[in-house]
Ligand binder design. Structure first.
Ligand SMILES: NC(=O)c1ccc[n+]([C@@H]2O[C@H](COP(=O)([O-])OP(=O)(O)OC[C@H]3O[C@@H](n4cnc5c(N)ncnc54)[C@H](OP(=O)(O)O)[C@@H]3O)[C@@H](O)[C@H]2O)c1
Length: 242
């Protein structure tokens, strides 16, 4: 599985304001770049925090790219994935419409009736960890342990690979991006740095979670590109630690 993380941040590293409202950090040129990265992916993953804050659709904007995928025997849009331990995704979320397959990676803590409601709303629920505790029998099961009730992302990624996903794009937010790095699952990182300051100690950053105190993921800067009034920094994730 090849995992590409993409996000837009202010120069001070924030993904949104302290109110966690969606904010336009980049512009049309960068949206087109993001659409291109999406078009190359088999699936696009976000955390439930992003679903609740932004209600994203995560489909391709550019019709030509959808047509090209169909021509290559792929679904028109990449699948969508939500990391959602207890099934908090609203049943009327845009991500659950029929524009693409949507996987919800949940932990066994999700109540069976919630799983059924989400399946009825169009989700394919994948229980990660717990060996099938409390299962309804209708959902898929994947191996792995859940960490403090959270979805084990490494196990979740393995479950997606079993479903034919070879290239995964992670679009945030900060909690999920941190967990992807902590699981040593990230191969590439693309960060659009917008020419603005957001500030706020409680505003989400590129990598939140607990943070590293050692064994920091090391990145190789492999590209810079000026787009709109900001810059895209592209990194490959090294194997080394320091
Ligand atoms: N600028 C950008 O590029 C960009 C992109 C995306 C989002 N955003 C912004 O980021 C904010 C949302 O980010 P966020 O950090 O609050 O939320 P997030 O990363 O989207 O979702 C975090 C939630 O995912 C669930 N989760 C389940 N398993 C997890 C795991 N292993 N690791 C981490 N999370 C796990 C947790 O909720 P449960 O415990 O309920 O499972 C957790 O609270 C919004 O303000 C949004 O606008 C900005």
């Amino acid at each position: 599985m090849h995992v590409v993380v993409n996000a837009a941040q202010s120069v001070d590293g924030k993904l949104a304001t302290r109110r966690r409202e969606q904010l336009r950090i980049s512009g049309a040129e960068d949206f087109d770049r993001v659409d291109r990265v999406r078009a190359a992916a088999d699936a696009v993953l976000v955390g439930v925090g992003t679903v609740i804050a932004d209600d994203p659709h995560l489909t391709l904007d550019e019709e030509d790219r959808r047509v090209e995928r169909l021509r290559n025997g792929r679904p028109g849009n990449p699948a969508r994935v939500v990391v959602d331990s207890t099934g908090r995704t609203p049943t009327d979320a845009r991500i659950l419409d029929d524009a693409a397959t949507t996987y919800l990676l949940v932990s066994p803590a999700t109540p069976p009736e919630r799983r059924e409601a989400l399946e009825a709303a169009g989700a394919e629920v994948v229980v990660v960890g717990g060996g099938g505790k409390g299962g309804t029998g209708s959902e898929s099961e994947a191996e792995g342990e859940s960490d403090e009730g959270h979805v084990d992302l490494g196990a979740g990624i393995d479950a997606l690979a079993e479903r034919g996903i070879d290239r995964l794009m992670v679009e945030g937010g900060g909690e999920v991006i941190y967990s992807c790095f902590a699981a040593e699952a990230v191969d590439e990182l693309h960060v659009y740095v917008g020419s603005m300051v957001i500030g706020g100690r409680d505003a989400p950053t590129l990598a939140d979670g607990e943070g590293f105190t050692d064994a920091f993921p090391r990145l190789d800067l492999v590209g810079t590109e000026r787009l709109d009034d900001g810059i895209v920094l592209s990194y490959e994730v090294g194997d080394g630690e320091s």
